[in-house]
Write a new protein. Structure first.
Length: 65
C-alpha cells in the first residue's frame, strides 16, 4: 500500500500512518505464517526423500526372497 494512494483518498497524515502501521502488522503476520509453511514443506520433502531411500533399500532386501 502506498502513502500517496491514501493521501489522494483524502486521509490526513495521522490516518495514513495508522493505516500503514496496521497494514504492516498484517503483512508481517502473513509473512511469518508463510515462512513456517515453507519450512514445513521443506521438512516434509526431506521426510519423503528418506522414505524413498528406505523403500529402495527394502526392495533390494526383499527382492532376493
Amino acid at each position: 500500500m502506498q502513502r500517496e494512494f491514501l493521501q489522494n483518498l483524502g486521509l490526513s497524515d495521522e490516518q495514513v500512518q495508522a493505516v500503514l502501521t496496521q497494514h504492516g502488522k498484517s503483512t508481517n503476520e502473513i509473512k511469518g505464517k508463510l515462512a513456517q509453511a515453507e519450512e514445513q514443506v521443506a521438512d516434509l520433502q526431506n521426510q519423503i526423500g528418506d522414505r524413498d531411500k528406505q523403500l529402495k533399500k527394502l526392495e533390494k532386501t526383499v527382492g532376493d526372497n
